[in-house]
Design a protein around this ligand. Structure first.
Ligand SMILES: [Zn+2]
Length: 107
């Protein structure tokens, strides 16, 4: 990103401009500032598609952290959470059938 005070190109993670020493606001909403991808939301969606508790965990983190990424990944996190919940519902719905199949196999 670029320092809003002196215009020097500085590290995206920098909180203070090394050229002029003026504090730089991270995740500024100015058009020239690139926003980072909300990796938790992305991971949440990937794990939710694979089916697992990690999908729920990462999606919740992604949703909570979304404001820090300028709102990025909020939609992904919600999608990941919904898919994860569907997997859990399917798993619970299948449980009696799996149990019955196991009892038949043991009988
Ligand atoms: Zn500067």
């Amino acid at each position: 990103m670029f320092c809003p005070t002196c215009g020097s190109e500085i590290d995206d993670n920098a909180t203070i401009c090394p050229k002029c020493g003026v504090p730089v606001k991270p995740y500024s909403t100015t058009a020239t500032t690139e926003q980072k991808t909300n990796i938790f939301a992305v991971l949440g969606l990937i794990f939710s598609i694979l089916g697992g508790w990690l999908g729920i965990v990462f999606s919740i983190i992604g949703l909570v952290q979304a404001p820090k990424f300028g709102g990025k990944g909020k939609g992904l996190a919600i999608a990941g959470l919904i898919i994860s919940v569907i997997w859990v519902v399917i798993a619970i719905a299948m449980y009696p059938f799996v149990l019955a199949a196991m009892e038949n196999a043991l009988a």
